[in-house]
Design a protein around this ligand. Structure first.
Ligand SMILES: NC(=O)c1ccc[n+]([C@@H]2O[C@H](COP(=O)([O-])OP(=O)(O)OC[C@H]3O[C@@H](n4cnc5c(N)ncnc54)[C@H](O)[C@@H]3O)[C@@H](O)[C@H]2O)c1
Length: 257
């Protein structure tokens, strides 16, 4: 456990599985939270279920520049600073091999997973540069490191997140800003339910078993396991870590170079 007392943590995609587990972990370590997602009711339900008693709940579409600027401004107005930013909102999109994939789907996925992450960096880094400190965790995926049949749009978007992470680390270094990426394999959230439906619409249990069997540890990650890595990387215990990415994948990455 780290000490996030008096630290302000901003998390996007906070109503989702990894986002709310991460919010809970930061809250348990004393952080003040600003939580962003598309829908206020979903955020309220998620914080109630997680037992988080106090958080600034902000609705924004991360693909819209003015809404990103506003969630950052609202956080600074309420708390006066942003110590850590978890750039987490993402979608998986519809799967198809490249020959059957649509440009519409490609653009939708890139819009959320790349434009959304880029805009978050753009406006949060402005605040952190003025503060001369801050930590950022960008949620990529093992799809940011590998190819995956049917998942070209998602995989392209997550490779871009790794690229943005490296560049943010270089541009932030002189200002005391660290930027790190995490690369989970399948995590037991609604996103994997969507991926299972995409992969085998009529056999979701079989899809789940197949995905889990591709992991040496033979299971999905729990969202809390990803949250533990994110909170560590955001903390002062990770003070010399920047520009890198961390696999959290039950050994799956060990099967490739
Ligand atoms: N679940 C997995 O297997 C897995 C594996 C690797 C990486 N990831 C990544 O982790 C992150 C979180 O995923 P999750 O598993 O918690 O999924 P999730 O679907 O449970 O949560 C994603 C959240 O992002 C929000 N969101 C989507 N589009 C948005 C937009 N335009 N503006 C604001 N919010 C938006 C959704 O409303 C949702 O609450 C994503 O970036 C995802 O790609 C997930």
């Amino acid at each position: 456990m780290s000490d996030f007392s008096n630290k302000v943590v901003l998390i996007t995609g906070a109503a989702g599985g990894i986002g709310i587990a991460t919010a809970k972990s930061f809250a348990e370590q004393g952080a003040k939270l600003a939580l962003v997602d598309l829908n206020k009711e979903d955020l309220e339900k998620a914080v109630t279920k997680a037992g988080i008693s106090d958080a600034l709940l902000l609705t924004a579409d991360v693909t819209k520049e003015e809404e990103v600027k506003k969630y950052v401004d609202d956080t600074v107005e309420k708390y006066g600073k942003i110590d850590s930013f978890v750039n987490n909102a993402g979608i998986n999109g519809d799967f198809a091999n490249i020959v059957d994939q649509t440009v519409t789907n490609l653009k939708n996925v890139l819009d959320v997973n790349v434009v959304g992450v880029f805009l978050g960096l753009k406006y949060v880094m402005k605040v952190m540069i003025d503060q001369k400190q801050g930590s950022i965790v960008n949620v990529a995926s093992n799809g940011g490191l590998l190819g995956a049949p049917g998942m070209s749009t998602y995989v392209a978007s997550k490779h871009a997140v790794i690229a943005l992470n490296k560049t943010a680390a270089l541009e932030g270094a002189d200002f005391g800003i660290r930027s790190v990426a995490v690369c989970p394999s399948g995590v037991d959230t609604q996103m994997m339910r969507s991926i299972e439906r995409n992969a085998m619409p009529d056999k979701v249990d079989e899809a789940k078993a197949t995905f889990e069997a591709s992991v040496p540890m033979n299971r999905y990650a729990e969202a809390s396991e990803i949250a533990d890595l994110i909170t560590f990387l955001a903390s002062e215990k990770a003070s010399f870590i920047s520009g890198s990415y961390y696999r959290i994948d039950g050994g799956q990455g060990a099967t490739s170079v």
